[in-house]
Write a protein that binds this ligand. Structure first.
Ligand code: F6P
Length: 363
């Protein structure tokens, strides 16, 4: 059977364990050897006991756990060719020529680069006398399948990334909790949520929790927004609402691309409306804790499909991402997704926000 390496990379997200478990189990079902590569790319570079064969038992009881039990890291060494050479050596030592990478867009882009370089890395290892020609021939192709694990839902090509649904649950639970105390004291709360440069979490959590105002990077407020916002908050109060909730994505910006921060908003509200206003930064609480049913199933479906994609791969098959399209798991070329995700970023850099929204909307 084929040897498959599975690893998680970049920021962790709830549901990653379920994906790892499914890779192990579908791999076993199809007669493969599955290896955990611990601590992401760092473990691939370091080798040794970072690469260990998975067992049925070691993949039991992890589906319900948040984070990633095989560890994750943001790895500098893998960005250098020397690190990738070392990683290639460790993989071929274990006869691993199939990888499932579970991570965000940076991790998936790195994987694709590795695949493109693979032949030249092996040639170099032969030249250095580290692997035999026979090994080089047996390991000549590296197949890669990516799964998007991130709470941000910032990857083009999939409707949902693994972890987003859980983060949304965590956020709306927190907004609901804040709302009761806010209401008791007739306070206004500004809550900052994660998402890096993506406003998905803030937007969807805001819609699902009756927020009065939402700031997201893709839709910076029009000039004069301060007046409009204050009028909106006043209207809510005049209609009998005892509290105000404003959600702000951590990447929120104005039309000039300057950061909009919770403290700035607090200053505007306290100065103009004299409301008792507090700021809550939700932070990593959003990324932790046990995964929702949706994320457990999403991880499981994607992990199983990833192994099937590896089984179907030929030397000419481009690396793919297993994504969710409607309610189907489908395979999409990895580079196409990475390019589209980068196009969103450049549209944002150019302050072409309408274009960024359009590109994001295409999932
Ligand atoms: O990408 C996931 C994410 O949680 C972002 O929402 C956030 O900006 C970032 O990671 C935080 O990274 P770190 O855990 O390294 O502080």
């Amino acid at each position: 059977g084929k040897a498959i390496g599975v690893f998680t990379s970049g920021g962790d997200s709830p549901g990653m364990n379920s994906a790892v478990r499914a890779v192990v189990r579908m791999g076993y079902f199809l007669g493969c050897h599955v290896y955990y590569i611990k601590e992401g790319y760092q473990g691939m570079v370091d080798g040794g006991d970072h690469i260990i064969e998975a067992t049925w038992a070691s993949s039991s009881g992890i589906m319900q756990l948040g984070g990633t039990v095989i560890g994750s890291a943001r790895c500098k060494d893998f960005r250098e060719r020397e690190g990738r050479l070392q990683a290639a050596h460790n993989l071929v030592d274990n006869n691993i020529t199939n990888l499932v990478v579970i991570g965000g867009d940076g991790s998936l882009t790195g994987a694709n680069l590795f695949r493109v370089e693979w032949s030249s890395l092996l040639d170099e290892l032969v030249k250095q006398g580290k692997i035999t020609m026979d090994k080089r021939i047996r390991c000549s192709h590296l197949n890669i399948v990516g799964l998007v694990g991130s709470i941000d839902n910032d990857f083009c090509g999939t409707d949902m990334t693994i972890g987003t649904d859980t983060a949304l649950h965590r956020i709306i639970e927190s907004v609901d909790a804040i709302s009761t105390t806010a209401s008791s004291h007739q306070r206004c709360f500004i809550m900052e949520v994660m998402g890096r440069h993506c406003g998905y979490l803030a937007l969807v959590a805001g819609l699902a929790s009756e927020a009065d105002w939402i700031f997201i990077p893709e839709w910076p407020p029009e000039a004069g927004w301060e007046d409009v916002m204050c009028r909106k908050l006043e209207t809510e109060r005049s209609l009998g609402q005892r509290l105000n909730i404003l959600l702000i994505a951590e990447g929120a910006i104005d039309r000039q691309g300057r950061a909009i921060t919770p403290d700035m908003i607090k200053e505007i509200i306290t100065t103009r409306l004299k409301y008792d206003t507090r700021v809550t930064i939700l932070g990593h609480v959003q990324r932790g804790g046990s995964p929702s049913a949706f994320d457990r199933l999403l991880g499981a479906r994607m992990g199983a499909e990833a192994v099937l994609a590896l089984m179907d791969a030929t030397p000419n098959t481009p690396a793919c991402v297993v994504s969710l399209d409607g309610n189907q798991t489908v395979r999409v070329p990895l580079m196409q997704c990475v390019e589209r995700t980068q196009n969103v970023k450049s549209a944002m850099d150019k302050k072409d926000f309408e274009e960024a929204v359009r590109l994001r909307g295409k999932s």
